[in-house]
Design a protein around this ligand. Structure first.
Ligand code: G1P
Ligand code: ZN
Length: 543
């Protein structure tokens, strides 16, 4: 077998501090571009010679070709064993599980998550370490450093191997195993949840729709919900992963999963609705006539997780990303367990999970997870919800109303301004940063600022400090505003404004969130001058 060393040059691309590389698919398709980044990963992680790697992605356009390249480069870089999902598929949480279960050195996961796929869409690649989670900052820093200095990559001259049949191929010193991507994940879920209770609920006529959005979760949801739990055929829709996600945008928000939201609001709604994103790590859940914010979902899962067998002994602690609403903190307070506030991004939960400080964690951006893997996990959240509903024998809407009555309601919304001029967005943030010291005590459109800062996080496990994670403004009556720029957008800048208010009085809970949050939304505009500075009159996406 011939191994070629190909001259290359440093690439532009990865933003330092992000856990992978996300670009337009056509950028990745340029000769040598993907190769360059893969070599940077292999070197940045300290070499993969003699190691086992898990490889798979969400099935988007270029997934299969990229996997062939990565296999050949892993062979050339001396990997001992490659575990590849059949068809090149692994949902992100399933890949995390396989890394952990096989004791692999790490994994290469191909996805641009909830961003559209196709030749004109987005593509992405990231490295997860031996704990199954996104590489920590030290490692991504090394990878980034390699991208700026790399001069050559190594690739084996072998023909493509078939990804469609389960089996083993030996390439030089590397064993390549094509495995069923679903099997191990099913066993993991069986160990955590009371499958018999959920099946009994379906048998008794419980109805559900799961929208897999033609993305990675389809085969998992079909096997578990319809195959094992006995939900009627057709419960899982858009179940076949497609390279362009069927022309859709695999983001389960009210805009891109509109059909599901409309169904759940209609008279013919099933009992329960759910959807996940491109790579299967995000989820949303809906009840008949009930919308659940991801922040509330996290809080309610924390309050009820002990009803499922995998969490019977209770939770060690919980964590949420800073912009996520503080609803879960109130549950933790009542349970007497610690609640951590971390910067945005799943990697910050990794240390807390590895150290046993938390059991459950989540983000407002439709991510929920637990210590079972080191990624957020869409289908896991849906199954935990089903388990809770099966045990409580109540509708999602009732569970939510009772939760609010017990803990108070945290009204919450996120307003996104997408593809904003990057310089204008930076200037808006810089100006806010400059205002911070002057804000406490000031009244903004009738709301009095209590404190204001640019969020910094000290990791309680390793002591590392992460700064400038978002402008956080707390008001005297429980309102909160957070401003930050997206780290995952692929066009210009995305400004995210997170708007929250706490309402303890149950008589005031049945109000539309946008209405209830009106005064806080006004304060956001007054403080940040969004209209004038971005030229936008309204947010592009409201969740
Ligand atoms: C977004 C979400 C964040 C999530 C990340 C990766 O990042 O807001 O919660 O961890 O995607 O899925 P952002 O674009 O805001 O930087
Ligand atoms: Zn995702």
């Amino acid at each position: 077998m011939n191994i070629r060393t190909v001259a290359t040059k440093p690439i532009e691309g990865q933003k330092p501090g992000t856990s992978g590389l996300r670009k337009k698919t056509r950028v990745f398709m340029q000769p040598g571009y993907l190769e360059n980044y893969v070599q940077a990963i292999f070197e940045g992680v300290g070499g993969v010679s003699g190691e086992t790697l898990v490889i798979g992605g969400d099935g988007r356009f270029f997934n299969d070709k990229a996997i062939q390249t990565i296999i050949k480069m892993a062979v050339a870089n001396g990997a001992k064993r490659l575990i590849v999902g059949r068809g090149g598929l692994f949902s992100t949480p399933a890949a995390s599980n396989v890394i952990r279960k096989t004791g692999a050195f790490g994994g290469v996961i191909l996805s641009a998550s909830h961003n559209p796929g196709g030749e004109d869409g987005d593509f992405g690649i990231k490295f997860n370490g031996a704990n199954g989670g996104p590489a920590p900052e030290g490692v991504t820093g090394e990878i980034f450093a390699r991208t700026t200095a790399i001069m050559e990559y190594r690739i084996a001259d072998v023909s493509d191997i078939s990804l469609d049949a389960i089996g083993t191929t030996v390439l030089g010193n590397t064993v390549v195993d094509i495995v069923d991507p679903v099997e191990d994940y099913v066993s993991l879920m069986e160990g955590l949840f009371d499958f018999d209770r959920i099946s009994a609920m379906f048998k008794a006529g419980f109805t559900m729709r799961f929208d897999a959005m033609h993305a990675a979760t389809g085969p998992y949801a079909k096997r578990i919900l319809e195959g094992i739990l006995g939900a009627p055929a057709g419960t899982v829709v858009n179940a076949v992963p497609l390279p362009d996600f069927g022309g859709g945008h695999p983001d389960p928000n009210p805009i891109y999963a509109k059909e599901l939201y409309d169904l759940m609001a209609s008279p013919g709604a099933p009992d329960f609705g759910a959807a996940s994103d491109g790579d299967g790590d995000r989820n949303i859940v809906l009840g008949r006539g009930a919308v659940v914010t991801p922040s509330d979902s996290l809080a309610m899962l924390a309050a009820n997780a002990h009803l499922a067998k995998g969490y019977r002994r209770g939770l060690a602690g919980v964590a949420r990303s800073m912009p996520t609403s503080r609803a879960v903190d109130r549950v933790a307070g009542k349970l007497g367990i610690p609640a951590f506030e971390t910067p945005t991004g799943w990697k910050f939960f990794g240390n807390l999970l590895d150290d046993g400080r938390i059991t459950l964690c989540g983000e407002e951006s439709a991510g929920t997870g637990s210590d079972h893997v080191r990624e957020k996990d869409g289908l896991w959240a849906v199954l935990l919800w089903l388990n809770i509903i099966a045990v409580r024998g109540e509708s999602l809407a009732d569970i939510q109303t009772k939760h609010w009555a017990e803990f108070g309601r945290t009204f919450y919304t996120r307003h996104d301004y997408e593809a904003v001029d990057a310089a204008a967005a930076e200037a808006l943030m810089d100006r806010l940063r400059g205002l911070l010291p002057t804000l406490p005590g000031q009244t903004v459109t009738g709301l009095t600022v209590e404190s204001a800062d640019d969020f910094a996080y000290t990791d309680p496990v390793d002591g590392s400090v992460t700064r400038k994670q978002g402008i956080r403004i707390l008001f005297a009556d429980g309102e909160r505003l957070v401003f930050r720029l997206s780290g995952t957008g692929t066009e210009g800048a995305t400004l995210r404004v997170y708007i929250e208010n706490f309402e303890p009085d149950p008589a005031k809970h049945a109000v539309d969130a946008q209405v209830a949050l009106g005064p806080v939304i006004q304060a956001a505009e007054a403080l940040a001058e969004i209209k004038a500075r971005t030229g936008r009159t309204a947010p592009d996406v409201v969740t």
